[in-house]
Design a protein around this ligand. Structure first.
Ligand SMILES: Cc1ncc(COP(=O)(O)O)c(C=O)c1O
Length: 369
């Protein structure tokens, strides 16, 4: 049996007639940029999330960049986030010429350790970007309380966490701004690039709308310096179709995760822990194993693709050496980077495939221990 890490073709097959019809409709409309299609997606995504304002942009990275700018973060301001994230979180802070400062992760939930935030706050700290890694909520109550106490803006990186929640509230609506990616492999993925910002207030939404379109609300008049960060009509139409399936896909991801958890219980590896009172949407189902590279190679030899999110934390990436960090600075993030192994997960995966992966992993781990 072959098990790919992800199978986007399998998903397309289940929705191809809906998608093809919608793409054809957009092609025939001749409206491709900042179209009514985008406005409809924004309205539907906002309502799905229980938020008033949603602004479509060209990627999760541009969502973060514009959210940081709209929040009034200035060059030289410090922004707290984790090093155990996709590099885009940190890149977006630097695009705004702000300074990323890292906080280590909680080893159990693998998201920002709220007990370590306080000591990272300086006079220059202006914002916190909690990353809902793998589709699991950060522990938002203590984080929001600290932010309030220190006057910091909270911008959620919910790029991996569509339809996830914390105490019943959809992620991306707990802070002032919430950023999503529609990269194809995401739980809600475009057939190209895309992103979205959820905004708690209209002023931020208006500012992001201006900035995504060259700082212009009237053609060839530029009230501000902006960007070409627009989300196109074809992607918007595709995302509208997929949004209607997101809840069912999310439930299937959660089913697959619980099947993995049941069938891997007792195996000497660490399974993911769910934060209480939150809904993990399992963008990634990751276990922790010693000799990760060897286990991944042995899985591959048995026809199973796996992955690692992420093998190197940002503070140890070669391109970020000038931030001045070294090994040992964020020990929990570094430990996770060495041990984390992402197993195949996508809604179209069959139970037989999940059980096959579990059996093979079980055998490999017992052979190695
Ligand atoms: C946590 C996180 N933040 C930001 C991004 C950036 O999103 P994009 O690739 O759409 O720019 C991603 C995904 O790629 C991500 O996983």
């Amino acid at each position: 049996m072959k098990v790919p890490y992800l199978d986007l073709k399998a998903q397309y097959q289940t929705i191809s007639s809906e998608i093809n019809g919608e793409v054809k409709r957009v092609l025939e409309s001749g409206a491709f940029i900042l179209s009514p299609e985008l406005e409809s997606l924004e309205t539907e995504f906002a309502s799905f999330s229980g938020c008033e304002h949603a602004v479509g942009v060209s990627s999760g990275t541009s969502a973060l960049h514009l959210a940081i700018l709209a929040a009034g973060i200035k060059p030289g301001d410090e922004v707290l986030t984790v090093s155990m994230t996709f590099v885009a979180t940190v890149a977006a802070i630097e695009y705004a010429r702000a300074i990323p400062r890292f906080v280590d992760i909680n080893p159990l939930y693998q998201t920002i350790d709220t007990e370590k935030i306080g000591s990272a706050i300086t006079k220059k700290t202006k914002a916190i970007i909690p990353v809902h890694l793998h589709g699991q909520s950060c522990d938002m109550a203590p984080l929001l309380a600290l932010a309030e106490q220190h006057g910091l803006t909270v911008i959620e990186d919910a790029a991996q966490a569509h339809a996830a929640s914390y105490h019943g509230k959809t992620l991306g609506t707990l802070g002032r701004l919430g950023c999503f990616s529609f990269y194809p492999g995401k739980n809600l993925g475009a057939y190209g690039e895309g992103g979205m910002v959820l905004c708690a207030n209209k002023e931020d939404a208006d500012q992001i709308k201006l900035l995504r379109n060259w700082g212009s609300s009237r053609r060839y008049h530029h009230e501000q310096r902006g960007f070409n960060y627009r989300l196109d009509a074809i992607q918007s139409a595709i995302l509208r179709v997929k949004l209607r399936h997101l809840e069912a896909w999310t439930q299937r991801r959660r089913e697959i995760a619980s099947l993995y958890t049941q069938s891997l219980r007792g195996v000497p590896l660490t399974l993911p822990s769910e934060l209480p009172n939150s809904r993990h949407v399992y963008h990634i189902y990751a276990v922790r194993v010693k000799s990760r590279e060897q286990v991944a190679q042995m899985l591959l030899e048995r026809g199973i693709q796996s992955n690692s999110h992420y093998p190197i934390p940002v503070h140890l990436q070669e391109g970020y050496r000038d931030l001045g960090y070294q090994t040992g600075d964020f020990p929990e993030s570094e430990k996770m980077a060495n041990e984390t192994l992402s197993l195949p997960i996508y809604p179209e995966m069959t139970n037989e495939q999940v059980l096959f992966v579990s059996e093979q992993l079980k055998e490999i781990v017992s052979k190695l221990s």
